[in-house]
Design a protein around this ligand. Structure first.
Ligand code: NAD
Length: 280
């Protein structure tokens, strides 16, 4: 007998998301009748104020849970009963599980980057790295970077306050001297072993590179979290210099691995999910 599971994704402009296909295919492999519905405020002509109604709708439809994406990862928090330790610490939720009339928020984004990096750049030198972008994703990636034992993380954001606030939070969490806000990429790149990119640059709507090409040296490893396209201008430049690179697809796969586990209670196969992602 096939069990059935309904879940969804709440966000804006999510029609190209590969997450539904990843979940449904993995569900099929587990013998689960798995449906994954997009709840896109742009398609429905709704504003951000629709979030409470969308959560109610998902619950009323009997969903096991929902993924949450831009612009709701922080806004959803007051609408939940509980938070996992990770979600509370990061102040952001990308997965909500419904159970017995309660809603618990989780964060699988940081785990997504953590697993992807461990598998994709296992031998990367970790004395010092530069993170560009301290927004929603940057906060999760920075946490993963320090968990990955990058000894010193420099953080650059065009919004200097954001970089400073993130560095302060990380130093409070992991100990002083682990994170520093920097005023420009060129302050850090000559001293860094690697670069982690976490802004929208490189997507079709935000063309270009987040650092000058001449700052990239063959000794740097370069990790991008943008995954549409998989090879950004930054990764193409880094590859042409012979740098080790990590594309953003792995983070997307492993956040889905974490969410699948929470929704279904079953252990997903990350190799199968990665292979499927590459076909999408
Ligand atoms: P966000 O808008 O919350 O944050 C982006 C941050 O980048 C902001 O703080 C902004 O000030 C900064 N920024 C923008 N352009 C910059 C530049 N040229 N130089 C320095 N700083 C700059 O967005 P987000 O939710 O953090 O997402 C960022 C990107 O990460 C998305 O566009 C998406 O492509 C990607 N992402 C990937 C995954 C994945 O699973 N691979 C998950 C989440 C997000």
């Amino acid at each position: 007998d096939r069990t059935s599971l309904k879940v969804g994704l709440i966000g804006a402009d999510i029609q190209l998301s590969k997450t539904p296909a990843m979940h449904m295919r993995e569900g099929e492999a587990h013998g689960i009748d798995y449906s994954y519905e997009l709840m896109d405020i742009n398609c429905r002509g709704l504003s951000e104020s629709a979030l409470p109604a969308l959560l109610d709708e998902a619950e009323a439809k009997g969903f096991a849970g929902v993924n949450i994406t831009h612009p709701f990862k922080q806004l959803v928090i007051p609408l939940l009963n509980d938070l996992s330790d990770d979600a509370r610490m990061l102040g952001a939720v990308n997965t909500v599980v419904f159970h017995d009339g309660r809603r618990t928020g989780h964060n699988t984004d940081w785990y997504g980057f953590y697993e992807s990096f461990k598998r994709g750049l296992p031998d990367a030198k970790r004395d010092r790295a530069l993170l560009i972008g301290a927004g929603g994703a940057g906060v999760a990636v920075a946490h993963a970077a320090l968990k990955l034992e990058i000894a010193r993380l420099d953080i650059y954001d065009q919004d200097v306050k954001r970089a400073e606030q993130l560095a302060d939070k990380l130093n409070a969490r992991f100990g002083d001297g682990r994170a520093f806000a920097v005023d420009a990429p060129e302050t850090s790149m000559p001293h860094a072993d690697g670069l982690i990119h976490a802004t929208p640059m490189g997507m079709p709507a935000h063309p270009g590179m987040p650092v000058r090409d001449d700052l990239i040296n063959p000794r740097h490893w370069v990790a991008d979290i943008v995954y549409m396209p998989l090879v950004t201008a930054l990764l193409a430049a880094a590859m042409s210099k012979g740098c080790q690179t990590l594309p953003g697809g792995g983070m997307a796969v492993f956040q889905a691995v974490g969410a699948f586990r929470l929704f279904s209670g079953q252990e997903p196969d990350p190799v199968r999910m990665s292979a499927h992602f590459k076909e999408l």
